[in-house]
Design a binder for this molecule. Structure first.
Ligand code: ZN
Length: 206
């Protein structure tokens, strides 16, 4: 037997509202369950947005002012999950981090080290950055070129990420999660490199 409505004791077949009396139920805290999306990482942004607007309307505070206290309290809780959940699920990286955290693979500071295959490029970039910071303008082209290369790697990481989402969705399990964790770590590392290099390139010349 599934969950039962707190108000009419009818069976609840979907999330949030009782199909029999319409009462708002205690909302699921899991974002995927809340939005009724299943635990799929490949989310259709248009469908998610449509569901968000629909739920925003259904959970509008005006609809609950004359409802029992219990339902008002559920509506406050649901509105908060709605907004936090939408912010997380709409962004592929946030969405992946959410699933990784839920599966014991949260961000680990240790993993922010340079990926071994990038060590040489990172070393050269850092040398050029040191030169530029000490006033050697001739280091600029090397830094710009390195940034372009890293931007290309970020685009590749995004494609790999989408492919790994599909692998997880079709039952890829731990292997898919480990792959996603490693892509996100690499992506974050490269983003930081590009950010630091861009800051150095746009810093006022001393
Ligand atoms: Zn009911």
């Amino acid at each position: 037997m599934g969950p039962v409505c707190w108000q009419c004791s009818g069976l609840i077949d979907g999330p949030l509202f009782c199909g029999a009396c319409g009462a708002l139920q205690s909302p699921p805290s899991d974002y995927f369950a809340f939005f009724g999306l299943g635990s799929k990482l490949s989310v259709d942004p248009a469908a998610l947005q449509k569901r968000f607007y629909e739920l925003t309307r259904l959970l509008h505070p005006d609809r609950f002012t004359r409802k029992p206290e219990r339902e008002q309290s559920h509506s406050l809780e649901a509105s908060s999950i709605l907004n936090d959940g939408y912010r997380v699920l709409r962004d592929p990286v946030e969405r992946a981090e959410y699933v990784l955290r839920g599966n014991g693979r949260g961000v680990n500071e240790r993993r922010t080290q340079a990926p071994p295959e990038l060590l040489e490029e990172v070393f050269e970039l850092n040398m050029a950055l040191d030169e530029l910071r000490s006033g050697d303008q001739s280091a600029r082209p090397a830094i710009e070129q390195a940034c372009a290369g890293f931007e290309g790697m970020l685009a590749e990481a995004d494609s790999s990420l989408m492919a790994s989402f599909e692998a997880w969705d079709s039952g890829g399990g731990d292997t898919a999660l480990d792959r996603i964790r490693s892509i996100l770590d690499r992506r974050k590392y490269i983003q930081n490199l590009v950010r630091d290099a861009s800051a150095a390139l746009t810093a006022p010349v001393a």
